[in-house]
Design a protein around this ligand. Structure first.
Ligand code: COA
Length: 371
C-alpha cells in the first residue's frame, strides 16, 4: 500500500480589498435607508429595525480587519450588495474554474509538474458555479489532466475532505497523483445586508497536489486523515437548485445565508478538536509531538480555543498561526493557505496537524510530516 504525500500547494487571493470601515459604511447606509423607508411599519411593530454594524465590534468579535474580494464595487453599492460578474459564453472558461486555475497553476509549478502528470481532479469547495458539468471536469480539461474528476462540498472543511479522499484513492492504488482544489468566491454566497454575517467572508483559491510516495525527497508525508460530521442547521446557505420551484409557490422567497453565530461557535469549538484528537489517537500522535496546527480561519477566539484543545498548550502565532485579520474567512481554501504561508520554517521530520470545520457540521483533519 503506497503512502501518500502532499507534493505542493498553491494559493491565490484577489488584490481588491475591503476594510471593515468600508464594509460597515456601506452596510449602515443600507440599514439607515431601510429604517427610514419603513419607519411607520417599524414604529407599529410590524417589522424589525435593521440594526447598525460597527468596525470595532467586528475586529473584537472575529479578529477580521480586511478581506480580499473578487469584485468590490457591487458589494459596497447598497443598490446591489453582491459582486457584479458578467455571465460568460459557454465556450469560455467559467469564472470559478478560472479562479481555481490561478492556484492550480502555482501548485503545478511549485511541484515542477504539467497537467498531464495528474490522474485525478477533485474540486472541494463550499459551492460550485453550476450543477453540471462539474467544475472539476472543466479544470481537468483546461490543464490536460488524465483520469477522473468530480466536485465535492462540505463547506469550510471541503479541502480536508478532498485530501481525505485523495489519500484513500492513492493508498488503494486508484490514482497516483491527485489535484485537490478549493476555489472559494464566498462573497457571492454571502448576504451583505445581514449584520450577523456581512463581515465574515473573503475570496481565495487554494490547491494541493497529493501523490503516491515514489521515494523522491521533498513534500509532506500524509500520516493520516480523518473526517466526522454532526448535523446542525445553525449555519446554512439555502441557495440551490430548488429555489426556482420554491418561488413558484412563494414569489417573495429569498434563500439566505444565515447563522446562529453563538451556537456555531460553541458547537464547533467542542467538536473540531475532538475530531483532530481522534485522528491523533488513531495514528498514535501525541500533542507534544505536534509542532504546529494549521486551522481553518473563522474567528480568532475559535482559533485560540481549538488550537489549545488540539495541542494541549496555549496558542501562539508559532504553534497555530492566524491569517484571518487580512483575509477573513475564505472557507475551505483558508487551511491550505495557512499551511503554505506557515510551513517553510519547519524542519524535516517535524509534524503538524491541519483541522478545518464548518457548516454541516463537518470537520476534517490531517496529520503531515515534513520529508
Ligand atoms: N456590529 C455591531 N454590533 C453587533 C454586530 C455587528 N456586526 N453583530 C452583533 N452585534 C451586537 C449584538 O447585537 C450583541 O449586542 P447585545 O449584547 O446588546 O445583545 C453583541 O454585539 C454581541 O453579539 P453576539 O452575537 O453575542 O456576538 P459574538 O461575540 O457571538 O460574535 C460572531 C458574533 C458571529 C462573530 C461569533 O458568534 C462567531 O464568530 N461565531 C462563529 C461564526 C463562524 O465563524 N461561522 C463560520 C464557521 S466555519
Amino acid at each position: 500500500m503506497p503512502n501518500s504525500l502532499i507534493r505542493s500547494t498553491g494559493y491565490w487571493v484577489p488584490s481588491n480589498v475591503i476594510t471593515n470601515d468600508e464594509l460597515v459604511a456601506s452596510y449602515n447606509a443600507y440599514a439607515e435607508r431601510f429604517n427610514a423607508e419603513h419607519a411607520a411599519a417599524i414604529a407599529a411593530g410590524e417589522i424589525d429595525e435593521v440594526p447598525l454594524s460597527n468596525s470595532d465590534f467586528i475586529v473584537n468579535a472575529s479578529g477580521i480587519k480586511r478581506r480580499h474580494v473578487y469584485e468590490k464595487d457591487g458589494i459596497l453599492d447598497i443598490e446591489r450588495m453582491v459582486p457584479q460578474i458578467a455571465p460568460r459564453p459557454i465556450e469560455e472558461i467559467s469564472t470559478q474554474a478560472e479562479f481555481a486555475l490561478k492556484s492550480v497553476n502555482e501548485a503545478l509549478e511549485r511541484a515542477g509538474y504539467d497537467g498531464k502528470d495528474i490522474d485525478g481532479v477533485i474540486v472541494a469547495s463550499s459551492a460550485q458555479q453550476r450543477n453540471f458539468p462539474g467544475v472539476s471536469c472543466e479544470i481537468q480539461n483546461a490543464i490536460g489532466a488524465k483520469g477522473f474528476s468530480f466536485d465535492l462540498t462540505m463547506a469550510c472543511a471541503s479541502a480536508l475532505y478532498g485530501l481525505h479522499i485523495a489519500n484513500g484513492f492513492i493508498k488503494s492504488g486508484e490514482a497516483k497523483r491527485i489535484l485537490v482544489c478549493s476555489p472559494e468566491i464566498m462573497t457571492c454566497i454571502n448576504v451583505h445586508s445581514r449584520r450577523d454575517v456581512h463581515f465574515i467572508f473573503g475570496d481565495a483559491s487554494a490547491a494541493m497536489i497529493v501523490e503516491a510516495d515514489d521515494g523522491r525527497p521533498g513534500g509532506w508525508d500524509v500520516l493520516g486523515t480523518h473526517a466526522e460530521n454532526k448535523w446542525s442547521s445553525a449555519l446554512r446557505s439555502d441557495f440551490g437548485f430548488i429555489n426556482r420551484a420554491e418561488r413558484q409557490i412563494d414569489p417573495d422567497y429569498e434563500p439566505h445565508l444565515d447563522q446562529d453565530g453563538h451556537r456555531v461557535f460553541k458547537d464547533v469549538v467542542g467538536f473540531a478538536p475532538k475530531v483532530a484528537r481522534n485522528l491523533m489517537t488513531k495514528i498514535d500522535l501525541q500533542p507534544e509531538d505536534v509542532r504546529r496546527t494549521w486551522l481553518h480561519q473563522a474567528n480568532i477566539r475559535m482559533v485560540d480555543m481549538i488550537a489549545k484543545r488540539i495541542l494541549g498548550r496555549d496558542r501562539t502565532e508559532e504553534n497555530a498561526p492566524a491569517i484571518l485579520d487580512e483575509y477573513g474567512n475564505t472557507s475551505s481554501s483558508s487551511v491550505v493557505m495557512n499551511f503554505q504561508m506557515h510551513s517553510d520554517d519547519m524542519a524535516a521530520g517535524e509534524t503538524g496537524v491541519m483541522c478545518a470545520f464548518g457548516a454541516g457540521y463537518g470537520v476534517g483533519a490531517a496529520a503531515v510530516r515534513k520529508r
